[in-house]
Every structure is written in structure tokens, then in C-alpha cells.
Write a protein that binds this ligand. Structure first.
Ligand SMILES: [Zn+2]
Length: 339
């Protein structure tokens, strides 16, 4: 059984597909858990444009067990627990060779371009499987692959956040909440900005040194003060809001790194002088790479981060529409579907 999206703006519907067969170098995975993410809503709302061929089965934040091996697969056995990387690229891909499959122009995304893990089974190439060093509850392993790996990518690989630096997190949703914890785990001083009182409380719980209950624009002066009067070393902008993009740039201090990770659909504007006077880096952070999943798993296993707040809402796969709706209405940070 799968839950497929028939087209833009439509509800998911139940579809029965034949049991998929792994080709050479591929593995069939029995899905044990799949997170429901903002990108699933983005897909449903038509955010990915005309390139999507419907119907498609969403689901890109998944974990499960190896169920069958294709020809030539080595190093994996039936029943191995695996986290799934949702991107695959063609052999010899230049960006993958450079460790950056997430920005390859030729990438294929599970749950967007091909059928994903709102399903009982998926097919993945072995390069897309990450085996945890010890057993992890399926719901937890699933959210580590995206909700946590995405801010790991943004803070570690893109912003190069170092211990002792100051970090602003704008938006405390699925990504921002993990960014708060990761910032603390990486030794930074963290200020979080969110208008929602429940998310302010969550940010405090997750270790934020200061929490601002205001819009990003209203919070600029408070953040600058927090960063010694000049702004913070790193700003990670997780809110899908163009005004927050502008505020993020205004919040960064000299040599600051601004990481844009929230998918605002509106353009934003900035004066070039705002960027060059401070020699800011304004960088995009797109998803994550397999090493970010491994890092997320290690941080979880050594107790540096908790994901309790991301796995409180579990639903059977048959309730995928309800889970998407919970997310859209802001009732949950994440739902996890279990087939
Ligand atoms: Zn996602």
C-alpha cells in the first residue's frame, strides 16, 4: 500500500502498487517510519514547479530494513537497519564526486521525482543507505535523516559554526528546533526568534540562551545586542518568509555567515553595502548529504541532541492526509508515519 499524490493541490489517495524489485546495485527497503515534512506540503502546493510527474508517492525522511538485495550488492544483508538518503545521482556525477550530491543538476529525489516512502517498500541504491552503528527506534532514525541532518548541513558544512561563536536561529519549527540544539551541542551561544509562545518555550527547553518573542524584523536590535552590539557570527534563517531573509542579513555581525534554509517564495531585497561592509557570506543550504545523516546519528547516540519533540506524533500510513494537515496547521513540528 502507498499514499500517492495525484496532482498539485489534491489530497493523497491510497494506491496499491506491485512489490518493487531491486535492480543491480539496488536494495528493496521495508519502510518502518517516514517523517512528514514541510517539503511534502511544498510538493502538494506545487512548489516544485512543472518538473514533477504525477501521481507520485511523497516521503523522503525515512528509515527501514533491508528486505531484498539486487544483483551485485555487497556489504548489506536482509534485515539490516538503514536510514535512507533521498537523493541519487548518475554514475560519474561531478558534484557527487565532490561530496555534494545535494546540488547536482542531475539529481533524482525520492518522494519528489520518483516514488517515496509514504509506502511499505522503496527501492534505493546502496549509496543511499546509512547503517546506524547500533539499533535506533525507527521514528527517531527517520527524523535524523532530514529534520536533523538539514540543520547539521547548514550549521556545520555551510556556516562552519565554531565553538564560542554566537548563533541566531530564526523560526523554531522542525529545522529551527534542531538548529537550536545543534548550536548548543557545537558550543555556540544561541538566540532563537519566534512569535509562537509554545515554540519560545520549546527553544528554551532545547537550550537557547535567549529567546525573542517577536517577528524577525522586530528582533533585529535585540539580536545585535546579543551579538555584542554588532550582530551574531552566524544566522540560520529557517522561516519561509522573505522579510525574515532581510532581517537575517541585518542580524549578522562582521564576517557573519547567513544561512538561508527556509523556502520563502517571495523575493527579498538588500543593499550591497550591507553585505560588503561586513564582508558577510550569504549562503544557501540545500538539504543534506549522507555524511550529515551519519553526523546526526552520532550526535543522537552520544546524547548531544534529543529528538523527543519531533517524534511525539506518530500515525499509521493510512492517516497521511491528516498528518500533512497537522503540519500545515502548525499543530505539530513533525509527524511520523508508520506503515
Ligand atoms: Zn524534508
Amino acid at each position: 500500500m502507498t499514499k500517492e499524490l495525484p496532482g498539485v493541490g489534491e489530497s493523497l489517495r491510497t494506491a496499491v502498487r506491485p512489490l518493487p524489485q531491486p535492480g543491480p546495485g539496488e536494495v528493496r527497503v521495508r519502510v518502518e517510519a517516514c517523517g512528514v515534512c514541510g517539503s511534502d506540503h511544498f510538493l502538494q502546493a506545487g512548489g516544485f514547479g512543472d518538473s514533477i510527474s504525477f501521481p507520485v508517492v511523497p516521503g523522503h525522511e525515512a528509515a527501514g530494513r533491508v528486505d531484498a538485495l539486487g544483483d551485485g550488492v555487497e556489504g548489506f544483508a536482509v534485515d539490516d537497519q538503514v536510514a535512507l538518503y533521498y537523493i541519487s545521482t548518475p554514475p560519474g556525477d561531478r558534484w557527487t564526486a565532490a561530496g555534494r550530491p545535494n546540488i547536482s543538476p542531475d539529481l533524482t529525489r525520492m518522494g519528489v521525482d520518483i516514488d517515496g516512502a509514504f509506502a511499505e517498500y522503496v527501492i534505493r541504491p546502496t549509496a543511499a543507505l546509512i547503517r546506524p552503528p547500533e539499533p535506533i527506534a525507527p521514528e527517531i532514525l527517520a527524523v535524523l535523516t532530514d529534520a536533523v541532518a538539514t540543520p547539521v548541513h547548514g550549521l556545520k558544512r555551510i556556516a562552519r559554526l565554531r565553538a564560542g561563536e554566537s548563533l541566531t536561529v530564526i523560526g523554531v519549527g522542525g529545522l529551527g528546533s534542531s538548529a537550536v540544539q545543534l548550536g548548543k551541542a557545537m558550543g555556540a551561544k544561541v538566540i532563537a526568534v519566534t512569535r509562537s509562545p509554545t515554540r519560545q518555550a520549546l527553544a528554551r527547553e532545547l537550550g537557547a540562551d535567549e529567546v525573542v518573542g517577536a517577528s524577525a524584523t522586530e528582533a533585529i536590535d535585540i539580536v545585535r545586542e546579543f551579538g555584542g552590539g554588532f550582530g551574531t557570527d552566524v544566522v540560520i534563517q529557517c522561516a519561509p518568509d522573505a522579510r525574515a531573509d532581510e532581517a537575517a542579513i541585518a542580524m549578522a555581525g562582521p564576517a557573519g555567515r547567513v544561512v538561508l534554509i527556509g523556502a520563502a517564495t517571495e523575493p527579498f531585497s538588500v543593499r550591497a553595502t550591507e553585505i560588503f561592509w561586513k564582508e558577510l557570506e550569504v549562503r544557501g543550504s540545500r538539504g543534506f548529504v549522507p555524511d550529515d545523516i551519519s553526523d546526526a546519528i552520532s550526535l543522537y547516540l552520544d546524547g548531544s541532541i534529543s529528538v523527543d519533540h519531533l517524534v511525539q506524533h506518530s500515525r499509521p500510513l493510512s492517516e497521511a492526509n491528516e498528518a500533512l494537515d497537522d503540519l500545515k496547521q502548525g499543530r505539530v513540528l513533525r509527524s511520523v508515519l508508520t506503515p
